[in-house]
Design a protein around this ligand. Structure first.
Ligand code: MV4
Length: 456
């Protein structure tokens, strides 16, 4: 590290422990800060865009993620050999692996993310919820900690009131959840949830909550530095999802007003300041009948971060890098202005009606452009989408002065977007934009599954 931009010490070289559009996104932020990049890649990604653009690249293993992008020893070796100062993990892969974050630091490198302790704390959903509650964040009514046996489950359900939801402590992202509508089905739900949690995570601990029937999924973006500053950057409404895969995200949420936004944002910031949280994070809530209920915290940069960047003008990845180098946040809460409306569509290489994978060669690639249009993608004409990884191939993000302007711009951009040679979900996105409910902002977390199921 030496003097970089400004008076603060800055990294000279960052290793990007990821692939696809997010590797490119991180590379771009590094370049603007004058930082050199190291790409790591599997043998299947030798021709990937992030590898072409990076200053250096290292092959870290065969196609399967467990042998490459999850190969801690290979990634740490690549960082050591190339003399990197820091590692950015992106999202997915090792981004929320507390042991990896700790090993990065033990090797004398900076982990561009939160502390291993905070990653570990939020990875355990029971500890995360207890922490949130202690810090004054509103939570879903439920069991106080894990539920040990059937008797305890029955007692908790009586207390909470049916329907109840049984969740895995080691779960998250929707894995290992079971609803019980009454005492008659509680025993079966409890045993199944515990068995599935044990099989999936090697940790059979479960906890219980009141089941909310028609919530929206609204999350608060926060960022903190290592000097005790924590600010929020508003919310994202991520209710449009199918099988826990988000398809569309927007900010601001059509369901919130400025007062509600500031209230939940302030509550979250006060809590995370007490915790000493640093770097980017997202606090996830269910929002139903005018009330927020904490569900989880993500200790990483998220796929949908551009939505927040578009309405605040803040480069979240640049801030993450500066913070990891020890710099204070470059703005205060009062400096944050929420301007206009942003919407993101996640485009995947899947068939648009039944979501079968559609990897292969991209024969044509013509992304849309113009005012208020951003495309985050590592695609290029002639590129082959490998079958081994997540199917997301592009994020189309639009910004407008109003929600209506953003909708018009999104419709126009979706019509321009050409990805030839493979099937993508672009036609589904065009259909969603044609729906009256979506245009009205009248949707909850169940809306899309119904919409996809209808009118095939
Ligand atoms: C819930 C819920 C209803 N009531 N908790 C799914 C993912 C995990 N992060 C939490 N999840 C849910 N928790 C209570 N008490 C419904 C869901 C849920 C969901 C949440 C957010 C986004 C999409 C979802 C789809 C199905 C269920």
């Amino acid at each position: 590290m030496t003097g970089g931009t400004g008076a603060r010490p800055m990294f000279e070289k960052v290793l990007i422990a990821n692939r696809g559009e997010i590797a490119l996104r991180i590379h771009r932020a590094c370049r603007e800060l004058g930082i050199a990049t190291v790409a790591v890649h599997s043998t299947a990604d030798a021709d990937a865009m992030h590898v072409r653009l990076a200053n250096e690249s290292v092959c870290i293993g065969p196609p399967q993620a467990r042998d490459s992008y999850l190969n801690v020893a290979a990634i740490l070796s690549a960082a050591t050999i190339t003399g990197a100062d820091a590692i950015h993990p992106g999202y997915g892969f090792l981004s929320e692996n507390a042991d990896f974050a700790a090993m990065v630091e033990e090797h004398g490198l900076a982990f561009i993310g939160p502390t291993p302790e905070h990653i570990r704390m939020m990875g355990d959903k029971v500890v995360a919820k207890q922490t949130a509650r202690k810090l004054g964040i509103p939570c879903v009514p439920g069991s106080d900690g894990p539920v040990q046996d059937l008797d305890a489950a029955v007692a908790a359900a009586e207390q909470i009131g049916y329907p109840v939801l049984i969740k895995a402590a080691a779960g998250g992202g929707g894995r290992g959840m079971k609803v019980a509508a009454s005492r008659a089905v509680l025993e079966e739900a409890f045993r199944t949830a515990r068995g599935e949690a044990e099989a999936a995570f090697g940790d059979g601990r479960v906890y219980m909550e009141k089941y909310l029937g028609h919530p929206r999924h609204i999350e608060i973006q926060v960022i903190g530095d290592s000097h005790g500053n924590v600010v929020h950057l508003g919310e994202r409404d991520c209710s449009l999802q199918r099988k826990h895969q988000k398809l569309v995200e927007e900010s601001p949420s059509p369901a919130l007003n400025a007062e509600q936004r500031m209230e939940i944002g302030t509550t979250v910031c006060d809590a995370l300041r007490k915790l000493g949280y640093r770097n980017a994070g997202t606090v996830e809530f269910l929002y139903e009948d005018g009330k927020f209920y904490f569900i989880e915290m993500n200790t990483r940069l998220q796929v949908e971060h551009p939505v927040t960047e578009m309405i605040t003008g803040i480069d979240l990845v640049r801030e993450q890098i500066r913070i990891a180098a020890g710099a204070p946040l470059s703005f205060s809460q009062d400096d944050v202005r929420f301007a206009g409306h942003a919407i993101e569509c996640r485009v995947t290489a899947e068939t648009p009606t039944d979501f079968r994978p559609s990897p292969g060669r991209v024969a044509e690639y013509h992304p849309p452009g113009g005012l208020g249009v951003r495309v985050d993608s590592a695609l290029y004409a002639g590129y082959s989408v490998p079958p081994y990884y997540d199917s997301m191939v592009a994020k189309l993000i639009v910004h407008g002065a109003t929600r209506n302007e953003a909708l018009m711009r999104l419709r126009r951009s979706l019509d321009e977007f050409v990805i030839g040679g493979i099937e993508t979900t672009l036609p589904l996105h065009r259909r969603i934009l044609g729906s009256g409910d979506f245009v009205d902002g009248a949707y909850d977390i169940h809306w899309l599954e119904r919409f996809v199921g209808l009118k095939r």
